[in-house]
Ligand binder design. Structure first.
Ligand code: TXA
Ligand code: MG
Length: 317
């Protein structure tokens, strides 16, 4: 199966669509699937060939491990050493936009490519009904990074997936637009619970559920999620942050009441801004400007994750 010459099927969210998607996963093929955060590029996490195809289709460096998606807490517990902290967070936020990094069980039976040989595994129980239906119909662990070419903007619709990966994957299961719009928050549950990546679940409720504050690691700390390269989520256009007006060759992405080409949220709502972030970046980039100027977004709540993605989109490439 050469990843560059397949015909990518668009599957509907109905019984034949799910049956076909599950059959492709069983055969070691790749299916992009909607989750509430972003679309994931799914493959059987136990199958070395399937996992190798994920890295190949995305052009992703092999040292960057993948998140495994499951349909139940019991299935998660069969892959990782569960803990009391994991239980608290899973009770409070699963299914939902939260990924837990826990010690990998020795009997997990996953492809070593999934974890890039780390002793830990990132695992998540997504809330999206289409993802949950496919995960249960498949009945096994699905490794799924965001369904975009490595380093580019994450996909929040089936069309975004097609624009980036058409011809490189077997199918995309179309579940409409993702409501959260930002990838999951990643929490490492080693000796000290730590934020490894800000994301679609804000930190306040996580700290409340744990009954303690989270450690934050610096960007060059080896404990930080290894895939968080400085330059990521990059559109073709260069990105300039903190802008109030656009230069003549730029398009302006606004926030709050202002004149602009597209607005993340005219009312200044961070949840709406998160849901629009990647879609608006895709839409502005499709107009092929030299640059995209982005208005300031407050650094609170979901704004932390929005600004994290914007900084990486603007980083030198
Ligand atoms: O919302 C999401 O999390 C989406 C959907 C599809 O589930 N997935 C996603 O995957 O964002 P990806 O591959 O784009 O980002 C996964 C991040 C990477 O930064 C990776 O380095 C980190 O998770 N990661 C995976 N396994 C890890 C581990 N064992 N320890 C620390 N970080 C890990
Ligand atoms: Mg990604």
């Amino acid at each position: 199966m050469n990843p560059s010459v397949q015909k990518t099927l668009r599957l509907a969210d109905d019984a034949p669509g799910h049956a076909r998607a599950a059959a492709i996963l069983r055969d070691g093929g790749l299916v992009a699937l909607p989750t509430e955060t972003v679309y994931g590029l799914g493959g059987d996490a136990r199958n070395d060939m399937a996992v190798a195809r994920i890295f190949e289709a995305k052009g992703r460096p092999r040292f960057n491990p993948l998140i495994v998606h499951v349909d139940s807490v019991a299935r998660a517990q069969s892959f990782v050493e569960w803990s009391e902290a994991a239980d608290r967070l899973a009770q409070a936020f699963w299914p939902g936009p939260l990924t837990l990094v826990l010690p990998l069980r020795t009997d997990a039976g996953l492809s070593p490519l999934v974890t890039a040989n780390l002793p830990t595994l990132a695992i998540r129980l997504p809330a999206h009904p289409v993802a949950r239906r496919l995960l249960s119909e498949f009945g096994g662990p699905v490794a799924a990074p965001s369904a975009n070419p490595s380093g580019r903007i994450s996909p929040t619709t089936a069309d975004h997936v097609r624009a980036g990966l058409d011809g490189r994957i077997a199918a995309v299961l179309d579940g409409g637009a993702c409501d959260v719009g930002l990838e999951s928050t990643i929490i490492g549950l080693g000796d000290t619970p730590a934020l490894l990546r800000p994301g679609g679940l804000p930190l306040g409720p996580i700290e409340a559920a744990l009954g303690r504050t989270l450690a934050h690691h610096g960007a060059d700390d080896p404990l930080v999620a290894p895939g968080q390269m400085a330059s990521h989520y990059a559109p073709g256009a260069r990105v300039r942050l903190g802008a109030t007006t656009a230069a003549p060759d730029e398009l302006l992405l606004g926030f709050g009441p202002m004149a602009c080409d597209l607005n993340l949220s005219a009312s200044g709502d961070l949840t709406e801004a998160a849901a629009n972030l990647f879609g608006h970046l895709h839409a502005l980039d499709a107009r092929a400007p030299a640059g995209i100027a982005v208005a300031p977004v407050p650094d609170t709540g979901l704004g932390l994750a929005i600004n994290d993605r914007l900084r990486r989109a603007a980083a030198p490439r």
